[in-house]
Design a protein around this ligand. Structure first.
Ligand code: PMP
Length: 405
């Protein structure tokens, strides 16, 4: 199918909104993507037509919800090519998925003196849960460094890994630098020393084809809201061999097999990790988002977004005093930059008043911002509903802001 940006834009009614009386130009999809009408209708349909708690009731609507909810597990399994549907756990998002692994894997496998490795370019969601685990278990957090251009120094991995290394947690795409990390190569290196790997695909799943069998990752996590789905839903993929040996994270309904005051036995996968009423409405909305993305085709999305990335980068080079933060060879459609001495917050504030939604600041990656010795960045992130015309308007706007300083 050929890609028609105007056709897909019609699916995103929010793009017709005006802000401060101006056209709304959304360059903040890395923070949260917009949702197409197909997702909005799926969510509305559940509340309007077939509300019912999945897995619980024997009544008609509860069964309908159960079938729809479980069908999404199959869609996710197919999206990331998992061997077994039971290896997909629905969570609230990437953050909860990583916390689940940090807690449960940590309980089962991490002891005093053990080591966890993360990289210098991780989001706080892939740092803090490991720090909390390290504190709880008196373990050690080690950090894989990056180059000034924003690429991982993979050559240092071998010397960082030791007999004490219990897990390596790394992102597929950096939310600040846009760097696409060579995770397959990293996983191969880690596996040579029998170190399992968690991939934070929060910024990758919407831009590239992710195949967990090809990667051979041990865990992979992502959020629905960055994949054009609703908020409050995300996924954890984990190899069955790990998930089976990990204790539950949250306790409550549905994650049990048998409860008595003398003790409780737990349900099998995936339910062992899905305590309480799940966000079934959002899960079903995520299913609609996956259908939508599949219909356009991730390859078409990746190609078009790459075209936008190259177009914007080349045009932005003409801005006097611009400095790109993140110049990796392989990048997703994220551009972080600074101009002269203009503080990113000032730039963001002026751009906002002109109708542009960009993100400014440390992007929940303070250690990376400290490493780069900068106050933060202005970040624009594209999705397939953005256009070259929007980029042209953005560049004019930046030039206008510069004249104000
Ligand atoms: N990791 C990365 C790389 C991210 O970009 C984000 C979101 N900005 C997260 C983790 C956390 O995702 P969420 O807030 O949806 O849990």
């Amino acid at each position: 199918m050929s890609f028609d940006v105007q056709k897909v834009r019609a699916d995103f009614p929010i793009l017709d909104q005006k802000v401060y009386g101006k056209s709304y130009i959304y360059f903040d999809s890395a923070a949260t993507a917009l949702r197409p009408v197909q997702v909005l209708s799926a969510v509305e349909k559940i509340y309007k037509e077939f509300n019912g708690n999945p897995h619980r009731g024997a009544h008609y609507m509860s069964n309908q919800t159960t079938v729809a909810y479980e069908a999404v597990r199959d869609k996710v399994a197919s999206l990331i090519n998992t061997p077994k549907r039971e290896e997909i756990i629905f969570t609230k998002g990437t953050t909860e998925s990583i916390n689940l692994v940090a807690y449960s894997f940590g309980e089962a496998f991490v002891n005093e003196g053990d080591e966890i490795i993360v990289s210098e370019m991780e989001h706080h969601a892939n740092i803090v849960p490991w720090q909390m685990l390290a504190q709880r278990k008196k373990a050690i957090l080690k950090v894989l460094p990056i180059t000034d251009k924003g690429e991982l120094i993979i050559d240092e991995l071998d010397s960082l890994i030791s007999k004490k290394t219990k897990l390596l947690a790394i992102n597929l795409v950096s939310n600040v630098l846009g760097t696409v990390n060579p995770v397959k190569e990293i996983i191969e290196i880690a596996h040579k020393s029998n170190v399992p790997v968690l991939i934070d695909a929060a910024q990758g799943i919407q831009h590239t084809i992710v195949d967990v069998q090809d990667l051979d990752c041990d865990f992979l996590v992502f959020s629905g809201h960055k994949l054009y789905g609703p908020t409050g839903v995300g996924c954890l993929y984990g190899k069955e061999k790990w998930l089976n040996d990990m204790p539950p994270f949250l306790g409550g309904g549905e994650m049990i097999e048998q409860v008595s005051f003398s003790g409780t036995t737990f349900n099998e996968l995936p339910y062992k990790f899905e305590a309480g009423t799940p966000n079934f409405t959002e899960v079903i909305g995520l299913g609609a988002a996956i259908d939508y993305v599949n219909e356009i085709g991730l390859e078409n999305i990746a190609n078009y977004e790459h075209e936008l990335l190259v177009y914007a980068t080349e045009k932005m080079k003409t801005i006097e005093g611009i400095r790109f933060i993140g110049e990796a060879k392989n990048k997703a459609s994220v551009i972080s930059f600074l101009v002269g001495n203009i503080h990113p917050y000032d730039m963001g504030m002026f751009l906002d008043k002109m109708g542009f939604a960009v993100r400014t600041g440390h992007h929940c990656a303070q250690p990376l911002i400290d490493r780069l010795k900068i106050p933060g960045t202005v970040r624009l992130s594209f999705a397939f509903y953005n256009t070259k015309e929007e980029i042209d308007l953005f560049i004019e706007a930046i030039k206008k802001v510069i004249t104000m300083f």
